[in-house]
Design a protein around this ligand. Structure first.
Ligand SMILES: NC(=O)c1ccc[n+]([C@@H]2O[C@H](COP(=O)([O-])OP(=O)(O)OC[C@H]3O[C@@H](n4cnc5c(N)ncnc54)[C@H](OP(=O)(O)O)[C@@H]3O)[C@@H](O)[C@H]2O)c1
Length: 330
């Protein structure tokens, strides 16, 4: 592929909205020895993509400008590095590119072999691409931090999932129900039936007083809260927690970090767990892909956008009202 050009979306500074994304023609990247070159079929966006562009993680991400954003991809292998033995041209895969390099809003991208898994025919490119950051975050938060066993073993736990209609929340509801759990969820009125259909036992409209107070309609106290929304204070969570209840905050701000420190220092039984980033592993990714293949986990697609209109997808993500995953297709 050396010398071939491709269409891509890139930016060369922090700040600016969707209009600051530039359509460019750049060389198709070459895979290093431990990488595969993918002809992309679908890329899923996450709020962190536009937060990085805003400068929320400067100076770590992006590593350099210009930067092609997008990390969660599905595509076809077209070339492999010299140390890649488990993939060959023609294989369909999903891969996590990572925020350091990005590269997902393009026609081709290179992925590390150790963050690439096979995509069976039963899993569409969009369904596979949706799984990466969102699915891994839901999985890691529930299993590692929430102590939920997805094989259904273990004591029953009462779980609250806020923003259950979002990219992370919709996977979280379904994964939590694979475990021995009672799930209360919050979302907007328009998504209540969807969230129930994916397994939530009770759903609160976050714009009602009961929803804002996070009160379980059946009077449950939560053992685990997977907090996928923002702007809810500890004082709202606290009265709804069981004696050893834990709030897992995946968008921790200053007040969450202070609560985390305070609860630790005072040996509080109720805890706040801030999650800044997740570490994808090939095992977890493979597990999630298999769940989709077996029909035990669904990727709900909010919308699909062609690469030539990637700014519409970007704007939709910034808007914060997606139901499930926003997909860009070359
Ligand atoms: N730490 C990590 O590694 C990590 C990983 C992934 C994501 N995150 C963060 O987690 C957050 C969620 O990500 P996401 O991809 O799921 O976001 P998303 O898809 O943009 O979430 C949008 C959904 O959230 C709902 N929502 C917004 N505010 C709500 C509230 N107060 N109560 C209930 N529902 C609410 C919206 O419903 P309406 O449209 O009805 O308002 C919409 O359906 C983001 O801040 C993201 O940056 C962190």
């Amino acid at each position: 592929m050396s010398g071939k050009l491709m269409q891509a979306i890139q930016y060369d500074s922090y700040g600016g909205g969707p209009a600051a994304l530039k359509h460019v023609e750049v060389p198709v990247p070459s895979p290093k020895k431990d990488e595969v070159l993918l002809k992309l079929e679908a890329t899923s966006l996450n709020p962190i993509d536009w937060k990085i562009k805003k400068g929320a993680l400067r100076p770590i991400f992006p590593r350099k400008f210009p930067h092609i954003p997008g990390t969660d991809v599905a595509g076809e292998v077209v070339e492999v590095g010299t140390e890649v033995e488990n993939f060959k041209p023609g294989d369909r895969v999903v891969a996590e590119l990572g925020h350091l390099n990005g590269g997902g809003l393009a026609e081709y991208a290179v992925a590390k072999k150790n963050l690439t898994v096979a995509r069976p025919a039963e899993v569409s490119a969009a369904e596979g691409a949706g799984l990466l950051v969102s699915g891994i975050t839901a999985h890691q938060a529930l299993t590692q931090h929430g102590g939920i066993k997805l094989d259904g073993s273990g004591h029953q736990k009462n779980i609250l999932i806020t923003a259950a209609s979002g990219g992370v929340g919709l996977y979280a509801v379904q994964l939590a129900k694979l475990g021995n759990t009672h799930v209360t969820a919050t979302c907007g009125a328009r998504n209540i039936e969807l969230v129930k259909s994916l397994g939530a036992d009770e759903v609160l409209d976050y714009k009602t007083p009961e929803g804002a107070a996070l009160k379980s309609p059946s009077g449950k106290r939560y053992d685990v809260v997977l907090h996928c929304a923002t702007g809810i204070s500890w004082s709202t969570f606290e009265p709804n927690l069981s004696e050893t209840g834990k709030v897992i905050d995946i968008t921790p701000g200053t007040s969450s970090m202070m609560t985390f420190a305070l609860k630790k220092l005072t040996f509080s039984k109720k805890q706040l767990v801030p999650i800044l980033t997740v570490s994808p592993s090939i095992e977890n990714l493979d597990y999630l892909v298999k769940l989709v293949k077996e029909g035990k986990l669904q990727t709900i697609i909010d919308s699909k956008h062609p690469l030539r209109k990637a700014e519409d997808a970007w704007e939709k993500s910034i808007d914060g009202h997606a139901t499930g995953k926003i997909i860009v297709e070359p």
